[in-house]
Design a protein around this ligand. Structure first.
Ligand code: HEM
Length: 149
């Protein structure tokens, strides 16, 4: 057999072995809940959301929008959403993001203000910066729905 043919076989075998190994990994590995743990599990997330609420009330860029809302419901639903998004054992049962924020006419400044307040609330709760960044990254795909783009 020619050397180039042997090399091709070896390369094909390595690719197949890699595919089998990654397939097995995805079949057997546990879901990644490391971010959820970094956030202090559901209790830690609930504390962050509580502090976020205080910051929202004090923030003139966004507090008008939140006037009259059901605070307990917002707290429960946002906590569940962040818990689920971070890989925790929660199931978000609140309203659908696009529909809920549709009539609010949320601006980029307001979206960023909320993200900024969430970061501040995480700071206050000593969430490591890496975990803050990981959570923000998971929220970014919601941007077009919330901004209604
Ligand atoms: C990453 C950004 C955001 C996320 C993940 C988010 C998520 C949520 C969630 C989970 C709820 C509760 C849903 C429910 O109770 O069914 C909610 C409600 C609400 N959101 Fe957002 N939101 C975001 C940005 C914003 C922004 C920027 C504003 C306005 C400045 C806003 C205004 C509101 C208001 C006013 C409510 C309460 C509505 C009501 O109860 O009638 N949200 N949001």
């Amino acid at each position: 057999m020619r050397l180039s043919t042997i090399k091709m076989y070896v390369a094909a075998l390595m690719i197949m072995a890699g595919l089998v190994a990654s397939g097995c990994q995805s079949l057997h590995s546990e879901p990644d809940n490391s971010l959820y743990l970094q956030l202090g599990e559901r209790a830690g997330i609930a504390n962050v959301v509580e502090d976020l609420l205080y910051l929202i009330v004090d923030d003139e860029r966004i507090n008008e929008q939140f006037k009259g809302m059901d605070v307990a419901q917002f707290h429960r639903n946002l906590t569940d959403q962040l818990c689920e998004l971070s890989g925790g054992p929660c199931e978000y049962s609140g309203r659908e993001m696009r529909e809920l924020h549709a009539a609010m006419g949320i601006t980029d400044t307001q979206f960023n203000a909320l993200a900024e307040n969430l970061i501040l609330a995480m700071e206050e709760n000593h969430v490591p910066t890496t975990a803050q960044n990981r959570l923000i990254k998971r929220l970014l795909p919601l941007y077009p729905d919330i901004r209604h783009l």
